[in-house]
Design a protein around this ligand. Structure first.
Ligand SMILES: *Cc1c(COP(=O)(O)O)cnc(C)c1O
Length: 381
């Protein structure tokens, strides 16, 4: 049995997405910037996808810029807006953002910008009131993620977006974990910039997009041939972009059913774990991503747990895949204040489109046995 429960790290490509991409490798290979028919074919495919993604987000086509990843979208949003608005110098973000936001902020601090990293409560919520209080005359941008990739908590970005709008400050939100998984509309959250990524929604790796509201003052990171209206030079990844569009189209059809199915399986897994081992749930019980289960098991080494689960065919994550090479407990679990005796036993399961009831039963059967085995082999305390 091989069970993949790490969909927040990446998702498998949907086979029909691959089919949609195939013609754009050998048959329709033209450079979209070329004026001949070969170029026109690929240009049309890209614009078609731009329209699909824009419509899905409630945006206009000219507000979508394709990038190479969610990471690049976050970099472009934050650096791009800060460098274009140097009459001010302050950024507001949270302590639990993805590294592709936090590291950009750390970099900008070295470039002379000042950053407020807001704390979160024990569920991982950023308080809109704290956002309001952190605003100064120098604030350029507020960047708060839609939902956290480790603990699944869904932030109140409607309220935060409203605060940004009322104070005439740009609002960026990292929606890589939410786009096509829960409803998302750029206008209802008053967002000026929204980052998304294809490989988190059953599309190909190496493609992302940034929504940029009309009128936003922003500078490019990549200079060259002036692609994407000068905001992102480089020959477009046509197959990747076409795959992105197809993946969004499929997700749009499946979303409501998937939310129901995953929420059921999520709660079954959470409740099952709580009944069988001494654990605490990280993140909010209801305001959380339908796919996300993050628990800390008392007095257990999470890395060991992960290894033993893998031997039984179960792929999970100790915190977030992006930081699994880093030392120490995750910045997110630290920020929500997971107690010492729990934090090292943290494990994240993220469910997906193909996750079945049987798979959850299997995890619930195997996990307590492994926990017991670890407890006997290396008692802590
Ligand atoms: C995965 C992820 C990213 C990075 O996206 P890539 O396309 O892998 O660069 C950014 N933010 C969040 C919340 C993510 O989960």
């Amino acid at each position: 049995m091989k069970i993949y429960l790490d969909h927040a790290a990446t998702t498998p490509l949907e086979p029909s997405v691959l089919e949609a991409m195939k013609p754009y490798f050998c048959n329709f290979f033209g450079n979209p910037s070329s004026t001949h028919s070969f170029g026109k074919e690929t240009k049309e495919a890209i614009e078609d996808t731009r329209y699909k993604i824009a419509r899905f987000l409630g945006a206009n086509e000219d507000e979508i810029v394709f990038t190479s990843s969610g990471t690049e979208a976050n970099n472009l949003a934050i650096k791009g807006v800060c460098f274009a608005n140097k009459n001010k110098n302050h950024i507001i973000t949270s302590q639990i953002e993805h590294h592709s936001v936090l590291e950009v902020c750390h970099f900008l601090e070295k470039e002379g910008f000042s950053v407020t990293y807001l704390p979160v409560d024990s569920y991982g919520f950023v308080s809109p009131d704290d956002v309001k209080k952190a605003i100064t005359k120098k604030t350029i941008l507020i960047s708060i993620m839609h939902a956290n990739n480790e603990i699944g908590t869904i932030e109140d970005i409607e309220e935060i977006g409203k605060i940004a709008w009322e104070n005439d400050i740009y609002f960026h939100t990292d929606c890589v974990q939410t786009c096509s998984h829960i409803p998302l509309d750029v206008n209802s959250i008053n967002a000026d910039l929204v980052s998304i990524s294809a490989h988190k929604l059953y599309g190909p790796k190496g493609v992302g997009a940034l929504y940029i509201r009309r009128g936003t003052r922003i500078k490019p990171l990549l200079h060259g041939g002036g692609h994407e209206k000068g905001l992102r030079s480089s020959t477009e990844n046509t197959p990747g972009i076409v795959g992105f569009g197809k993946a969004i189209e499929i997700a749009e059809d499946l979303m409501q059913d998937e939310i129901k199915k995953l929420t059921f399986l999520r709660d079954k897994l959470i409740n099952g774990i709580m009944e069988r081992v001494s654990a605490r749930l990280n993140g909010h019980p209801e305001k959380r991503l339908p796919c996300n289960v993050n628990v800390s098991i008392k007095s257990i080494n999470g890395e060991k747990l992960l290894l033993y689960l893998d031997r039984e065919g179960i792929a999970a994550s100790s915190a977030s895949a992006c930081s699994s090479s880093n030392e120490g407990p995750s910045h997110v679990l630290n920020a929500i204040g997971v107690p010492e005796e729990f934090i090292y036993g943290s494990i994240r399961f993220t469910l997906g489109r193909k996750t079945s009831d049987e798979e959850i039963d299997y995890v619930l059967d195997v996990l307590p046995k492994i926990v017991q085995k670890i407890e006997i082999a290396s008692p802590i305390r």
